[in-house]
Design a protein around this ligand. Structure first.
Ligand SMILES: *[C@@H]1O[C@H](CO)[C@@H](O)[C@H](O)[C@H]1NC(C)=O
Ligand SMILES: *[C@@H]1O[C@H](CO)[C@@H](O)[C@H](O)[C@H]1NC(C)=O
Ligand SMILES: *[C@@H]1O[C@H](CO)[C@@H](O)[C@H](O)[C@H]1NC(C)=O
Ligand SMILES: *[C@@H]1O[C@H](CO)[C@@H](O)[C@H](O)[C@H]1NC(C)=O
Ligand SMILES: *[C@@H]1O[C@H](CO)[C@@H](O)[C@H](O)[C@H]1NC(C)=O
Ligand SMILES: *[C@@H]1O[C@H](CO)[C@@H](O)[C@H](O)[C@H]1NC(C)=O
Ligand SMILES: *[C@@H]1O[C@H](CO)[C@@H](O)[C@H](O)[C@H]1NC(C)=O
Length: 880
């Protein structure tokens, strides 16, 4: 039996219909699998019309099936616009547009996944004291901006590109339009939007961005409403104040109730937000490869150049290790935000009592049931005493009737388990979460009986108590929400994605509290609740930037300077053992907004990349910082360097250079002694004065370059007199060369038959075109990102090119998941020709061939053959 490869047959069909056009040199595919490409929609980049030549624009207009085109200029030189040609005519479109002399590039529109924040609990009844502890504004000094400085974001426009908002929420102003808190924006997609579908019914222009998904979806989680509350929610009875409560908010809805969005829709939202005069844009750039050349990365940079603050979340893939930041590398001025753990979390308490013992109290979380609270009652197992789940109806004990049923994760969903125990007469479901620690996740809503989740640790105590005793166990729930101390307070959240970018730019920029964040939820989810994710940290920064803009309004200060102020005064946090956390996890650290406004020293740039050892020429070895006194008194600072934890992204014993998880014991490397010299080591500046400080790195004489350790640290400016805040400029570099990394995983480059047999170099594969079962499957996997990756068929003798097996991949990503083999399964003998539009894909003629995989090394030159890694297969004998 064939194992199913990543390239499913559906995707392959699509691939083959477009393949000739995709092979054009102007077609910039960015996805090694093409599974994320949306047919019939494109982004076209073209030079501005010189003279009277409008033929391209006319042609584009002719193809456009929708009137909602979005345009922007890249560095005033080219235009990029979206075109939706409908699926039927895309081949015609591509052949007309790709060859036009003014066309610079055509990009496929790609799928953008929905931000994956975790929902914990739903809390409508909360007092001001609880809110103050969970909101943690004192950790970021936002409380002082509100209190001492009276900053509220008045007069600043913040635009949110997300899943829509329940603007009828009283804490969000109770309405939409001029005069309301949420006063502009629109719904670009509607409830049922599915980016991969060709039959979406798009909302009319001007449709308000309302999230009322409760009517149509049980999976909707109210993401956009939660983030809007973080920025600007206000509820006096709860003592809740968002970061910028008086900012004017615009919301563009780019996600339907479930599923993802697409890069053209996000670009439309960005263009409209720019036109609407937004000062701050917070948006989701999705999961594309972090290369600078992508259009919406370029546009994000363009908006930054125009003085708009663009804030994106850093991503929630930190557990997968380094290089997981999701924002664009080239958009180096975009603020990417890491998540720092809240010192507190919310939960309610339950306890269990029987005649002989008491268990608990432990915390639980509830699903938001409109009218039902989880009732007290006797607890029984909801499944068999060996599997503990209620997925098989026959295993559900009879005694669940009238009781609370305890289950663990089974092969079906929580809601399916809930349906089954509800049918058997249970009054509530107690679900043991798979997460180890607190707080646990809340399940979806819309269930027939209430669900409470409890942590794995407490759940296993209950299970063993139920198994080992015949006594009646009574479970009692406290209704009030309590504030619990988190054991990971003030450390970078485990889920927060880790830098650097593929091209070794420093990301993230800095951090904000992103776990257990309490904020507004749509009415259908009960109005209030907690979530965790970098999606919760980025709106906190969007609000903070709005307050800085308000503080410096009328002073003609560039947005980039405000961003540097935030980075300068951020506070680096510790990793374990009193060692500073790597800047690749936290950027400059946790923001300190008051210091950013009030302190006099300004240091620019606010981050340093020493790059890798191959690139460590004078350009990257030495960085010059401009240090300015923007205050009203003379100041004196002592400048030193402090090192942080080093990261060993691949572990120390890993010939394939697979990334290791950040929870792996080898992720934090043993210490490396990199010396950072600073000249001068002390500055004295009168008001208005500036001085250059030169920072250079000396690598240790001996180190193991194979380990590719990423060292890091901070240039620290300490005020010599008085108690002024310190400034930190994060730096990092790689002890090793990315160029030397294996680009392709050689073990994965193989040819296999339908029995899974892998053919060696000296073994001839026999493939008969008339017998599908004899077709080979062709494997590939990139260990390192590559700007260009091809799989060709060549003549066995002399390796002369015959055709491409799959289109060229531009800006291919590392295949992150080390277990997943990519394969073209099966390859039926179809080839494509490079840069030849007139030819259709064709079937190879009988003969003897080899497969040839080629990838450009990191920082390699396309034109230099030594910068390519090449591997060929054994002979493939193809018969008719
Ligand atoms: C909620 O559940 C009921 C009963 O199972 C179903 O009829 C209804 O469609 C569901 N609502 C949503 C929004 O899925
Ligand atoms: C700003 O918001 C606060 C709190 O919501 C409110 O009391 C105040 O009146 C607002 N200020 C202005 C100028 O609108
Ligand atoms: C801000 O952008 C991030 C993604 O970059 C997204 O996850 C988050 O939901 C956005 N927040 C708001 C308020 O739009
Ligand atoms: C519970 O009761 C059953 C049947 O009465 C008995 O077989 C079993 O040993 C008892 N278990 C315990 C732990 O008392
Ligand atoms: C690192 O060096 C490479 C060239 O070797 C360059 O392409 C890249 O842009 C540099 N990265 C940064 C962040 O400067
Ligand atoms: C690398 O790991 C393998 C298997 O885990 C082990 O056998 C080998 O000794 C290790 N090599 C080094 C240099 O640590
Ligand atoms: C393949 O054949 C060549 C030449 O006959 C020989 O040198 C080589 O060792 C063989 N390789 C394998 C893997 O058998």
């Amino acid at each position: 039996m064939r194992t199913n490869g990543i390239l499913s047959s559906i995707c392959l069909c699509f691939l083959l219909t477009q393949v000739d056009a995709l092979q054009h040199s102007k077609f910039k595919s960015i996805d090694t699998q093409h599974t994320n490409i949306i047919p019939g929609r494109f982004l076209v980049e073209y030079t501005s019309p010189g003279g009277h030549d409008n033929s391209l624009s006319d042609a584009l207009d002719g193809f456009e099936s929708s009137s909602k085109t979005a345009y922007f200029n890249r560095q005033k030189q080219t235009n990029i616009r979206t075109v939706d040609v409908g699926a039927s005519s895309h081949e015609n479109f591509l052949s007309t547009v790709l060859d036009h002399e003014r066309t610079v590039a055509v990009y496929p529109v790609t799928y953008v996944s929905r931000p994956n924040a975790v929902s914990h609990g739903y809390y409508n009844q909360i007092d001001a004291e609880t809110t103050e502890r969970i909101q943690a504004h004192q950790l970021t000094q936002i409380n002082r901006l509100h209190g001492e400085l009276g900053l509220t974001g008045q007069g600043v426009k913040i635009c949110i590109i997300d899943s829509g908002v329940d603007y009828n929420h009283p804490a969000l102003g109770g309405g939409f339009g001029p005069g309301y808190k949420i006063s502009f924006g629109q719904d670009l997609v509607g409830n049922d939007f599915d980016p991969m579908s060709k039959t979406n019914v798009m909302p009319a222009d001007g449709t308000p961005p309302l999230d009322d998904c409760g009517k149509v979806s049980e999976k909707a989680v109210g993401h956009g409403t939660h983030v809007t509350g973080i920025i600007a929610g206000v509820d006096e009875s709860k003592g809740f104040t968002g970061v910028a409560p008086n900012a004017t908010i615009g919301v563009w809805r780019v996600f339907g109730c479930e599923g993802g969005s697409s890069s053209d829709i996000i670009m439309k939202a960005m263009v409209q937000a720019q036109k609407a005069g937004c000062d701050v844009i917070n948006m989701s750039l999705g999961n594309d490869a972090p290369w600078s050349e992508q259009p919406h990365a370029a546009f994000a940079q363009e908006l930054s150049n125009q003085g708009i603050s663009v804030v994106v979340s850093n991503g929630n893939d930190g557990e997968a290790g380094a290089f997981t930041v999701t924002d664009p590398a080239g958009a180096s001025d975009v603020l990417s935000v890491a998540s720092v753990d809240n010192p507190h979390f919310l939960g309610s308490l339950f306890s269990l009592t029987s005649a002989s013992k008491k268990i608990g109290p432990y915390s639980y979380q509830v699903a938001p049931e409109a009218n039902a609270e989880i009732p007290d009652g006797n607890l029984v197992l909801g499944g068999s005493p060996t599997t503990f789940h209620a997925c098989d109806i026959e295993n559900i004990p009879k005694d669940v009737k009238g009781q609370l049923a305890l289950v663990t994760q089974g092969p079906c969903t929580i809601v399916q388990q809930e349906n089954r125990v509800a049918e058997a007469g249970a009054i509530g479901l107690i679900f043991v979460d798979t997460l180890e620690g607190d707080p646990v996740r809340a399940p979806y809503f819309n269930t027939t009986i209430p669900i409470a989740t409890i942590s794995s640790v407490s759940g296993h105590q209950l299970i063993s108590a139920l198994k080992n005793s015949n006594e009646t166990m009574y479970m009692h729930f406290e209704r009030n929400a309590f504030v619990f101390q988190s054991s990971t307070a003030n450390t970078v959240s485990y889920f927060s994605s880790i830098g650097p970018t593929n091209e070794l730019d420093m990301k993230p920029s800095f951090g904000a509290i992103g776990s257990n964040v309490f904020s507004t939820l749509p009415d259908y989810l009960g109005g209030w609740g907690t979530k965790s994710g970098t999606s919760m940290a980025s709106p906190y920064i969007a609000g903070t930037v709005a307050l800085l803009r308000e503080a410096f309004a009328g002073q003609n200060i560039l947005a980039s300077v405000l961003h540097e102020k935030l980075a300068n005064y951020a506070k680096p946090l510790d990793a374990a053992k009193d060692q500073l956390e790597s800047p690749l996890r936290q950027g400059a650290g946790l923001i300190q907004a008051y210091d950013a406004i009030k302190e006099p020293l300004h240091v620019s740039p606010a981050k340093i990349s020493f790059n890798d050892t191959k690139s460590l020429t004078d350009v990257y070895k030495t960085h010059s910082l401009k240090v300015s006194n923007t205050g009203t008194e003379a100041v004196q600072y002592e400048i030193t360097s402090i090192s942080s934890a080093s990261i060993s992204p691949y572990g120390h014993n890993n010939s394939q250079y697979r990334l290791i998880s950040s929870s792996h014991e080898k992720f934090y490397s043993r210490d490396v002694s990199v010396q950072v010299d600073i000249q001068p080591s002390r500055v004295q500046l009168n008001p208005g004065e500036s001085q250059q400080v030169v920072v250079s790195v000396q690598l240790p004489k001996e180190f193991n370059a194979k380990e590719q350790v990423m060292y890091g640290g901070y240039v620290q400016f300490r005020r010599e007199k008085g108690d002024g805040a310190q400034v930190h400029v994060p730096y990092f570099g790689v002890l090793g060369s990315l160029y030397e990394l294996p680009t392709m995983d050689s073990g994965a480059l193989n040819v296999k038959d339908d029995k899974g047999h892998v053919y060696g170099q000296n073994e001839t594969f026999h493939f008969s075109l008339s017998d599908e079962a004899s077709a080979p499957s062709i494997g590939f996997r990139l260990s390192t990102p590559s700007r260009r990756f091809t799989i060709e068929l060549v003549q066995e003798e002399g390796e002369k090119h015959v055709g491409y097996i799959v289109p060229t991949y531009n800006y291919a990503e590392r295949d992150l998941s080390s277990q997943t083999m990519k394969e073209l399964n099966p390859w039926l003998g179809t080839l494509v020709v490079d840069e030849n539009l007139d030819s259709k894909p064709f079937t190879v003629s009988p003969g003897i061939y080899r497969i040839k995989w080629s990838a450009l090394k990191m920082f390699g030159d396309l034109e230099k053959s030594q910068d390519w890694v090449v591997q060929t297969s054994g002979p493939i004998d193809i018969a008719a």
